[in-house]
Design a protein. Structure first.
Length: 150
């Protein structure tokens, strides 16, 4: 009932001035520019700032199609909401991981750091919508991790 109300009464009823497709385009550009494979602190901090701006703008989106069936605009609005959350978690996690590992290459931390970062990253959202990052150990069974050498 709460989710039905959130989607069909609140989100579908939005008549704001922001275009969700423009926010999505700008999010894609920011993620490509600042959170690609090659990252650094400055770029990640810029990305977090932009993502939070997009989240604020998202609150003022307008949805033109008011139908409850086969409404691709509503689906795109819900997907953008999720993309903004995921983008924020990925970027905050990348900022906190001060090492390079696999497809995460920190230009300001070029070495892998198993001592400090051989762990899984967990993200949580609190009541105020703030992101909290925690870690749990990696359970190594068969193959010990090693640095990629090409």
């Amino acid at each position: 009932k709460d989710e039905y109300d959130r989607v069909f009464n609140k989100l579908l009823g939005k008549k704001g001035s922001e275009n969700l497709y423009e926010i999505r385009r700008e999010l894609r550009k920011a993620m490509d520019s600042y959170v690609g494979v090659f990252r650094d602190r400055e770029g990640l901090e810029t990305a977090i700032k932009k993502i939070r701006e997009f989240k604020e703008r998202y609150k003022d989106i307008g949805i033109q199609d008011k139908s409850k069936v086969y409404n691709t605009e509503l689906i795109n609005a819900l997907e953008l909401e999720n993309m903004l959350d995921v983008a924020e978690v990925v970027t905050i996690s990348a900022l906190k991981r001060e090492e390079s590992r696999g497809a995460h290459a920190r230009l300001d931390f070029p070495k892998r750091d198993d001592e400090k970062f051989l762990k899984h990253t967990l993200a949580f959202k609190d009541e105020k919508e703030d992101i909290r990052i925690e870690y749990i150990p990696v359970n190594i069974t068969y193959w010990k991790p090693e640095e990629r050498k090409y």
